[in-house]
Ligand binder design. Structure first.
Ligand SMILES: [Zn+2]
Length: 321
């Protein structure tokens, strides 16, 4: 006996396939929706929609929850948006409240780029001096003795210059050793070992950092460029290594990048991030293509007004200030 509805089932299958094809060929109209579904936070969509931008705290706290759960770029993007909106509300309405530096540090926790992390810490420090030293990996109440810090910084400079013999006594100073063991992690995973290698290897074994070598010949003494260091003694540091050195030095000497040459070396002529609290939202908006003026969550995305039709909603970046 034949099935009574084979033609109907075939038509239904064709219809379903066509619809699936149509759906797959359409751009996802609300890509942000998926992040809410991906994050294991109960009622996240409803909680986002319930946020009213007259109190920064719920934005901040929900941002913390999202940041804890987020393991994808769009999750982090949602956390950042919540933080930045919280920051802006705080700045606009509650300038005396202490939430703003906490938001900076929260943003720092989900920031991967070291310079941006330092910048966020600098803003936190500008807002509240208690946070001023946090990013320098040296607690504010635990600054190293300045003489020891100076010695450590001098030692780093000598190491970079290939002056291993002069660097060695400083490296062996027990106080400097203690300081570097404590804060040398700023130099990266191979930091101290690498410094010791550089100290052992330099000065140049051939020219002793004279850059040239004199050799007696039949026609008298001749001077030639050193074959070992090619006239340029000292370890070859990668840009990342040099940055790490200068950052640690800067931190040891209490942070402010006062020398323009150190600044140039650190940033490699990149635009400076201004540690101005008022610049945080505009700079992060550009950096992450976020619009902090969109403060209502409607239909799976941020919009500017609570009753804004979803068709007019957008999440485009603001004009570059
Ligand atoms: Zn040499």
């Amino acid at each position: 006996m034949t099935h009574p509805y084979p033609a109907f089932l075939r038509a239904l299958a064709a219809f379903t396939a066509t619809m699936a094809l149509l759906a797959s060929s359409q751009p996802d109209p609300q890509p942000v929706l998926s992040v809410v579904d991906k994050l294991a936070i109960p009622d996240l969509d409803a909680r986002l929609e319930a946020l009213v931008p007259d109190d920064p705290e719920p934005f901040f706290l929900l941002g913390e929850e999202v940041a804890d759960e987020a393991d994808s770029p769009d999750g982090l993007r949602l956390a950042r948006h919540l933080y930045i909106v919280a920051y802006e509300i705080e700045r606009e309405q509650h300038r005396g409240r202490p939430l703003a530096p906490s938001i900076c540090l929260a943003l720092r926790r989900i920031e991967r780029v070291e310079d941006a992390r330092a910048w966020l810490s600098a803003i936190a420090g500008a807002l509240d001096p208690r946070y001023a030293a946090r990013d320098w990996s040296i607690p504010a109440d635990d600054q190293p003795d300045w003489r020891t810090a100076l010695k450590a910084a001098e030692m780093l400079g000598l190491v970079r210059a290939g002056e291993g013999l002069r660097a060695l006594p400083l490296r062996d100073d027990p106080q400097v050793v203690a300081l570097l063991e404590r804060y040398g992690s700023n130099l990266g995973p191979t930091g101290l070992t690498r410094i010791d290698t550089m100290i052992r290897r330099w000065p140049c074994p051939e020219c002793h950092n004279e850059r040239s070598v004199r050799r007696p010949t039949d026609r008298g003494n001749q001077t030639r460029l050193c074959n070992t260091c090619l006239g340029n003694p000292g370890p070859e540091l990668s840009p990342a290594e040099l940055r790490a050195h200068l950052l640690l030095e800067s931190r040891l000497l209490k942070g402010a990048r006062r020398s323009w040459s150190a600044q140039t070396a650190l940033d490699d002529a990149a635009p400076l991030l201004d540690p101005d609290p008022d610049a945080l939202a505009p700079q992060l908006a550009v950096r992450y293509d976020l619009d902090p003026s969109l403060r209502y969550w409607r239909g799976g995305r941020w919009v500017a007004a609570p009753d804004q039709p979803q068709s007019e909603s957008h999440d485009s970046p603001p004009p570059v200030p």
